[in-house]
Design a protein around this ligand. Structure first.
Ligand SMILES: O=C(O)CCC(=O)C(=O)O
Ligand SMILES: [Fe+2]
Length: 371
């Protein structure tokens, strides 16, 4: 388990065979179903009828500069925002090591602890703990801890415990400034996107849309996926399957997510202006896709507005907020859904997280898959 028991104090909601880790992390409250499809018009069929031959990052470029045709060289040239506007409590006055082109200076997702340029309003441990407690209480009152979005798609609200979130950020920060760390994905013609990416396990190349053992632009080998991350992924799938078993009516019509042994993790850091166009994750192997092996996504920091649907059309997509600590799973019948991030909501990261992990304004996302 990552960190320690920072998220303790949650009640047990499920029967005896619920995974022990989950017992500690789930807040009290009814398990209920939330179908966003029901709230919003749009097709409910789960097998996509439209496919895209553009990579997610090409599609992101399309969102950033929608007036330009995707094939035009101009669409690629997207200014990378190197300096964030100051957050509510921390005011960095230099960009430090922010920003990188392919193979250039490393990108640090955290504001340096000893950054003399940061004006920090220090808060006591008591205050931080009070905030964490308030967050847990609010969650147990307002949101169902597990939400059924559509067949094969489950959202686990605040599944990542407080200490896990801090630990994940710290690990990504360390890996991100090392060999194989964060870079601004670019295209052959020199265009860049306002997103920082790092691959763990295997490298995903946005140009060829294929996986490899090293990065073509600098030969670096992606760092391994930390064991603690894989353990959380496994626990999240187990918790989802337990939830799906409970909600199954009739009881013999249980929908199960296949287990995942993640060997790929794409880590994205979005600044406040970051976006990701609608796309399908379909560069994994045919057996992996055919079995519907899930994509498991961790969200940390600022909230993302996440779009998903059966077709490559933002107007037909459903929308859900992904907050810090949320884990989203899409596998089975939803494995090939179109999805993307329409916007990052600035200054929505929990204060305690910014204080402890020193994450820059923005959002960190990790998606785990099996090749
Ligand atoms: O940031 C997210 O929530 C989605 C990321 C994603 O879709 C991807 O990396 O393929
Ligand atoms: Fe994706």
């Amino acid at each position: 388990m990552v960190g320690g028991g920072g998220g303790g104090g949650h009640g047990v909601r499920t029967p005896a065979n619920f995974p022990p880790r989950q017992k500690a992390r789930l807040p009290r409250g009814p398990v209920h179903e939330k179908s966003l499809e029901q709230q919003k018009k749009g097709p409910s069929s789960s097998s996509p009828s439209v496919s895209s031959n553009k990579s997610p990052l090409q599609l992101a470029a399309a969102i950033v500069q929608p007036q330009k045709p995707l094939e035009s060289p101009q669409h690629m040239v997207t200014p990378v925002r190197l300096q964030e506007s100051p957050g509510p409590r921390t005011i960095p006055c230099s960009s430090g090591s922010v920003g990188s082109g392919s193979g250039a200076a490393p990108f640090d997702i955290c504001i340096k602890r000893d950054d003399k340029c940061s004006i920090k309003l220090s808060r006591s441990l008591l205050e931080i703990n009070r905030e964490k407690r308030r967050e847990r209480e609010q969650l147990s009152k307002e949101a169902a801890p597990l939400q059924y979005l559509r067949p094969g798609m489950v959202l686990l609200k605040k599944f990542l415990k407080h200490d896990d979130q801090v630990d994940i950020i710290r690990r990504c920060q360390k890996l991100g400034i090392g060999s194989g760390g964060f870079y601004t994905p670019g295209y052959r013609d020199g265009g860049k996107l306002s997103l920082q990416m790092m691959c763990l396990g295997k490298n995903w190349d946005p140009n060829s849309r294929s996986y490899g053992d090293t990065r073509p632009f600098d030969g670096a080998q992606p760092p391994s996926i930390p064991e603690v991350f894989s353990k959380i992924v496994k626990d999240a799938i187990q918790a989802s399957n337990e939830f799906l078993r409970q909600k199954a009516r009739p009881a013999n019509d249980v929908e199960e997510l296949p287990p995942l042994s993640p060997d790929i993790c794409l880590v994205n850091f979005y600044t406040s202006s970051g976006k990701l166009g609608l796309h399908q994750d379909k560069d994994e192997t045919k057996p992996s896709l055919h079995k519907g092996l899930p994509v498991v996504s961790f969200s940390l920091g600022d909230t993302a507005e996440f779009l998903y649907g059966d077709v490559n059309d933002v107007d037909k997509a459903s929308k859900v907020d992904l907050e810090s600590g949320d884990v989203l799973i899409f596998g089975g019948k939803s494995r090939l859904i179109f999805h993307g991030v329409s916007r990052i909501k600035p200054k929505t990261a929990p204060n305690w997280l910014t204080d402890e992990a020193k994450l820059r304004p923005g959002r960190l996302n990790l998606t785990f898959r099996q090749h």
